[in-house]
Design a protein around this ligand. Structure first.
Ligand code: 13P
Ligand code: SF4
Length: 309
């Protein structure tokens, strides 16, 4: 008698049948990342989605990331294992006040972090991710007022890095990074005095002040891999552990828990599971559907971002 296929085997079979590619953010569970054709941070995933092959993109990340993949691939089917995989930054920045801001301030430049809904992207002049935000803001004419949204910590970090005065910042935050307490970071530093502190710019300024390196998820992974044998205190989502342990096997990594869950996990990212991925490949649901005119309006700021090197 042959053994029943594992869920991973079922996923690989369905992937072939559907001519699908699986894309995964670094914050996904290891078992999902192991099956992915491409793993990356949000900028890398946007670039990979632009260059994607296949009829179906199974996007293992949060909904706004899959919307980006759809805007870049209007003719392909884009599915997400769990449609409730949202993001506190998206939820804290509804489109109506942004439309109103645009009506009142037609000469301001709206720079939106990709962690926004497709409706907010459509109201934006240019998008950015955590890895190119400084470069994007520096690409904007110095005399123009910028509205940066929705992450206040990333916005303040960009403001400090660029020295730009005429920059307003939306007051949203990430429920994971914004709640990493400095107190716990200092405790961890006391326990591991030799460790290098690496942090995502969504962390509050008080945390970033103690960081030896600040960067996007992939930048953090690359930095750790370039410093083999060193230990690291990691101020970002613990899903990065999968790539960190693979790329820097001689290092030790210490994660600082946030106040909400006593862990370093994004509850939205962790809604995706192998079972849900299998079911979504089977039913091609939940599927990202966006009205064509909305996609066209969101594509413009996205293409402007991808053009900035
Ligand atoms: P990255 O740009 O590092 O992928 O950030 C995405 C994100 O959601 C961070 O919380
Ligand atoms: Fe959003 Fe934060 Fe989760 Fe990233 S980690 S998806 S910013 S809630």
């Amino acid at each position: 008698m042959t053994a029943a296929p594992t869920i991973a085997e079922e996923i690989l079979d369905l992937k072939r049948e559907r001519n699908a590619i699986i894309m995964a953010h670094h914050y996904q569970d290891a078992e999902i990342q192991e099956l992915a054709d491409f793993t990356g941070d949000s900028l890398e995933l946007a670039r990979a989605a632009r260059d994607a092959d296949g009829d179906v993109i199974a996007f293992c990340g949060v909904w706004f990331m899959a919307e980006t993949a759809k805007v870049l691939n209007p003719s392909r089917i884009v599915i997400v294992p769990d449609e409730k995989a949202s993001c506190s930054l998206v939820e804290g920045c509804p489109p109506e006040p942004i439309r109103e801001y645009r009506r009142r301030n037609p000469d301001h430049v709206i720079v939106s972090y990709v962690n926004t809904s497709v409706e907010v992207k459509a109201e934006s002049d240019i998008l950015c991710t955590s890895s190119n935000a400084v470069k994007i803001v520096n690409s904007i004419q110095a005399d123009k007022t910028v509205l940066f949204l929705p992450d206040r910590n990333l916005g303040n970090y960009v403001k400090r890095q660029t020295g730009r005065e005429n920059m307003k910042i939306w007051q949203g935050s990430c429920i994971v990074h914004n709640t990493f307490p400095v107190r716990r970071l200092l405790e961890s530093k006391a326990l591991h005095p030799e460790a290098i502190v690496v942090a995502h710019p969504e962390c509050p300024e008080a945390v970033l002040a103690h960081a030896d390196f600040i960067g996007s998820t992939s930048a953090i992974i690359k930095y750790c891999a370039q410093n083999p044998g060193r230990d690291f205190i990691v101020m970002t989502e613990s899903g990065v552990g999968f790539s960190l342990e693979r790329d820097a096997p001689s290092s030790r990594f210490y994660y600082v828990a946030n106040e909400n869950c006593n862990c370093s996990e994004c509850p939205f990212m962790r809604m995706n599971t192998l079972e849900k991925l299998r079911d979504s490949l089977l039913t091609l649901q939940p599927r990202v559907e966006i009205a064509p005119d909305l996609m066209a309006r969101a594509l413009l700021p996205l293409e402007r971002m991808l053009a900035v090197r």
